[in-house]
Ligand binder design. Structure first.
Ligand code: C2E
Ligand code: MG
Ligand code: MG
Length: 520
């Protein structure tokens, strides 16, 4: 297509442009010695190509840099998704992955993996009393101690809160047990954080490896065994056995039924009058919860309060009791001309005391019903756990300041010393029925009951004696200086309407000897 007399450089320029267009920015054209206009154009193209090439290279470099950054971010994200940020241990996802790998390997040339689940005993008290900073410090220290107890191929994970797990690939039962006991030992030395020296213990559940079990199976079984270990007391190792499985399923079932019961109105309250022993006058009533189970029938609290505590339902349950009880009390106040010194006694567990917001909650319910705080007494059970527990003690102090009466329930069972009564901010003591049952057996028992009553009085507290069933017991208790009491002798636990009737009748309760017959 070239015209005969055309400057050949024009063709060369055309070629150059074609090369550029195809992406070859390295192509160049040498200007001729003529240095005329066409050479000027050639030089211009060369410069342009130079410029474009540079820009292109920059872009490449930037893309490469970006890609690298993106890759690193991706890695960080993956790590973040697989590790626990507080301790740097593996998290649940990574743990599951490692268990999976260990299972795959055990199909070929290794033993199936064992899984260990570890939960700190009473970690929440560390958090509550020393603050979350200290709690974090404790968790980090535990993480590092656990890491030092395992083999290179084992993985230590934190599953959240104060729960840890270890997967041990290719391990014998003896080997796994050894790690479990080493882990307990590793926690024995106190953890020193600033001025505090903190002693921790843990409960451990261990699932030995077995062919055919999935990662989920292993984790679930180790968890079940861990709960068994907790039930055995602090600092125990429990190896999973299939029989535990059924118990745990039943427990779960009952928890969900109890949750249902609270919202479905299967719960009700009975009230047992508390009387002045000398004249049988009613001075109060204790609210006692009952569960009318659709198939099991009337269930007594000893069969479900502990479960409510373990499952965290206790706080819903406690709120229901308080609200229902105070509603009934308001009703009695509206129908009876003068309630006198009458107080409603409500049971509360030490666990509830530790709950944040309890004081506000009690205050709110009292306000809702316009009930003076002096009409409410809280009976604290499981109170031996309270001493040394800063947040529970604080709650007691605040409740007492509110004007609510605080009573220690079940006094005389387990560990109950007078020093301890002096330490707690309380108004009264409920003397346990086991002490009363011993009255009249022999002189030594009578003397013992008398001593307990005197001790309570000596620290300036009121005693209310529970479980009085006979006239003989009443007589002996009066001689021992007891002032208040309750029991089947005076009245069984009855419903709210019957209490209203008793209060309206305004008659002293003089009992007849009897044994419990309402409940099974
Ligand atoms: P508690 O607070 O020591 O209550 C006294 C228990 O003794 C009640 O059992 C009552 O029915 C029973 N009782 C009363 N008089 C006599 C008697 O003369 N002889 C004998 N042998 N027993 C008598 P109940 O109602 O089965 O309650 C058992 C425990 O369950 C209570 O012991 C209390 O610790 C707990 N509880 C009951 N209601 C509640 C509640 O609403 N919340 C919480 N957290 N715990 C509750
Ligand atoms: Mg009680
Ligand atoms: Mg009691």
């Amino acid at each position: 297509m070239t015209e005969p007399d055309q400057d050949p450089r024009l063709d060369q320029i055309l070629d150059l442009m074609i090369q550029f267009a195809s992406g070859d920015m390295k192509a160049r054209l040498k200007p001729s010695p003529a240095r005329d206009t066409i050479d000027a154009i050639i030089t211009g193209f060369n410069l342009l190509a130079e410029e474009l090439d540079l820009m292109y290279q920059n872009l490449e470099a930037r893309v490469a840099e970006r890609t690298k950054l993106l890759r690193r971010a991706q890695k960080d994200l993956e790590l973040l998704a697989l590790t626990d940020s507080l301790t740097g241990l593996a998290n649940r996802t990574l743990l599951g992955d490692r268990i999976g790998q260990a299972i795959v390997r055990s199909d070929r040339d290794a033993l199936p993996p064992a899984v260990l689940m570890l939960d700190l005993d009473e970690f929440k008290y560390i958090n509550d009393s020393l603050g979350h900073g200290a709690g974090d410090g404790v968790l980090r220290e535990i993480a590092s101690r656990l890491r030092s107890t395992v083999r290179e191929i084992d993985t230590v994970a934190r599953l959240g809160g104060d729960e840890f797990a270890i997967v041990m690939p290719d391990v014998t039962e003896e080997g796994a047990l050894l790690v479990a006991h080493r882990a307990l030992t590793a926690l024995q030395d106190p953890i020193v954080l600033g001025d505090n020296s903190i002693q921790v213990t843990a409960s451990i559940g261990l699932r030995f490896g077995m062919r055919g079990l999935s990662a989920d199976d292993l984790l679930r079984d180790a968890d079940i065994a861990m709960y068994e270990a907790k039930g055995e007391g602090k600092g125990k190792v429990q190896v999973f056995e299939p029989s535990m499985h059924r118990a745990s399923v039943q427990r779960l079932q009952m928890v969900s039924e109890l949750r249902q019961a609270i919202s479905d109105g299967q719960l009700s309250l009975r009230y047992q009058p508390i009387v002045r022993l000398a004249d049988g006058r009613i001075v109060g009533a204790e609210a006692l919860i009952r569960w009318d189970h659709p198939t099991r029938g009337l269930t007594l609290p000893n069969n479900f309060i502990a479960l409510a505590e373990e499952s965290g339902l206790i706080s819903d349950l406690g709120q229901w009791v308080l609200r229902t009880g105070l509603a009934d009390l308001a009703q009695w106040g509206a129908t009876v001309p003068d309630l006198g010194e009458f107080a409603l006694h409500v049971n509360i567990t030490a666990t509830e005391l530790r709950r944040h917001g309890l004081i506000d909650h009690v205050q709110r319910i009292l306000d809702d019903f316009g009930t003076p705080p002096s009409r409410l007494a809280l009976e604290v059970s499981g109170s031996t756990m309270i001493t040394g527990d800063v947040s529970a003690m604080q709650a007691l102090v605040e409740l007492k300041e509110l004007g609510v009466s605080i009573e220690i329930d079940d006094f005389g069972t387990g560990y109950s010393s007078i020093a301890y009564l002096r330490e707690l901010p309380v108004n009264a003591v409920k003397v346990d029925k086991s002490l009363v049952a011993a009255i009249g057996k022999d002189d030594a028992q009578n003397a013992f009951v008398r001593a307990v009553l005197q001790l309570i009085e000596s620290v300036g507290l009121r005693a209310i004696v529970e479980g009085i069933e006979t006239a003989n017991q009443v007589g002996e208790l009066l001689r021992a200086g007891a002032v208040y009491g309750q029991g089947y002798y005076f009245s069984m636990p009855v419903d709210a309407r019957q209490i209203a009737g008793l209060l309206a009748a305004d008659l002293p309760l003089h009992g007849r000897d009897q044994r419990e017959s309402t409940s099974r």
